[in-house]
Design a protein around this ligand. Structure first.
Ligand SMILES: Nc1ncnc2c1ncn2[C@@H]1O[C@H](COP(=O)(O)OP(=O)(O)O)[C@@H](O)[C@H]1O
Ligand SMILES: [Mg+2]
Length: 354
């Protein structure tokens, strides 16, 4: 088994794993997150890792778990670079992969299983943040049946979304509600169509920031990015809906952009960075994450969610924020590997393979 002492800046054997199940992505022609895009990103990433002097083996994982495990065992990589993402099969899948790799005794990039699972359950992670005094949107509740609407005191507007999805799934032009009747309708819609409880929160009307955090024991906040909804027509709600994230042909996609670095006054930037680091630590994220933040009516930042293992696509999102801090893409990937080799505290390596 690989020893932690093998860590170094020298050449490492990196197993780059991605989800090769073609059923994981809703492949419509206009959809940006297609399988072809994913494969290209993985190839590009492998090239960059090789340019750092590492030996890289790309390992797709689909339905052939045993074959995959045999391969990984034969390879004995120094580190598994985790790009295993699954937006279709629900909250538990990504967590299982990280747990399996650790049970095989290999270091893995990004967040550990618990953080991956926890942050896919939005109500659990929001409750944890709230319990630690980290500000979240008011009125946060999880509803398991439409009748539960009557068990709460609401202040509108509210936003309703599936409680265990990510990537904007289940968020559209109807997700913001102004009345109890509309709230009931949207909760019913989530329960029926997504087969999971609905997450309800006060809709925060303020500025929205994506905060990239990179590192292990000493995580660093990268220059802030702000979502610009200024170009959206007034009838479209200013949210990162599924369309805004993925559907290139939609008004939402065309009229929503991200500005990085964001123009933020120093005191607000300090508050945003501070709660982002606290949120990153609270959910036990590791290596890298993107924290989504929105300002409330009073202009105070509140955490929407922590995206563990956020997208590492070159030139956008987290990678772009890092670039603004002078961290080039290869260096970013190296920092993520370094964090993996450092390992989360108390993560005792107990491989179950002989
Ligand atoms: N309480 C809220 N107030 C305002 N906007 C919200 C709120 N919750 C979510 N949103 C909007 O919806 C988007 C997606 O919500 P988020 O919880 O980050 O889920 P996802 O995992 O789909 O990214 C956010 O980027 C934001 O634009
Ligand atoms: Mg988000």
């Amino acid at each position: 088994m690989p020893k932690r002492s093998r860590r170094s800046r020298k050449s490492l054997h990196v197993a780059l794993v991605y989800n090769a199940d073609t059923g994981i992505i809703p492949d419509t022609p206009e959809d940006r997150g297609s399988t072809a895009d994913l494969r290209k990103m993985i190839r590009d990433m492998a090239r960059v890792l090789r340019s750092l002097g590492h030996q890289v083996t790309i390992l797709p994982l689909a339905h052939d778990l045993f074959a995959f495990q045999r391969k990984l065992r034969r390879l004995v990589p120094d580190v598994v670079f985790n790009q295993y993402d699954d937006v279709v099969h629900g909250a538990l899948y990504e967590m299982r992969f990280a747990a399996m790799v650790r049970m095989m005794g290999f270091p893995i990039t990004g967040s550990p299983a618990l953080a991956l699972g926890l942050t896919r359950y939005k109500y659990m992670s929001a409750s944890l943040l709230h319990g630690l005094g980290i500000p979240i949107p008011p009125c946060t509740a999880m509803l398991e049946k439409v009748g539960d609407v009557d068990r709460h005191e609401w202040r509108f507007p509210l936003i309703v979304q599936p409680s265990q999805e990510h990537s904007g799934i289940g968020l559209d032009r109807d997700s913001i509600v102004e009345s109890k009747k509309a709230l009931r309708r949207q909760v019913g819609h989530v329960l029926r169509n997504f087969n999971q409880p609905a997450l309800v929160q006060r809709f925060l009307p303020g500025r929205e920031f994506n905060v990239s955090v990179v590192g292990g024991k000493r995580p660093r906040v990268m220059p802030l990015a702000e979502v610009n909804y200024g170009e959206l027509p007034p009838e479209i709600p200013p949210i990162m809906s599924y369309a805004a994230k993925w559907i290139e042909t939609s008004v939402e996609y065309k009229k929503t952009s991200v500005i990085c670095p964001a123009d933020v006054e120093p005191e607000l930037a300090r508050q945003i960075s501070d709660i982002s680091i606290r949120a990153f630590r609270a959910v036990r994220s590791w290596g890298y994450s993107r924290v989504d933040i929105r300002l409330d009516e009073a202009g105070a930042p509140r955490v929407l969610e922590v995206n563990c293992n956020a997208s590492l696509e070159e030139g956008v999102a987290l990678a772009r924020s890092a670039e603004r801090a002078g961290i080039r893409y290869p260096q970013l990937l190296q920092m993520i590997i370094d964090a993996a080799l450092e390992g989360p505290p108390h993560d005792v390596s107990v491989p179950m393979l002989l």
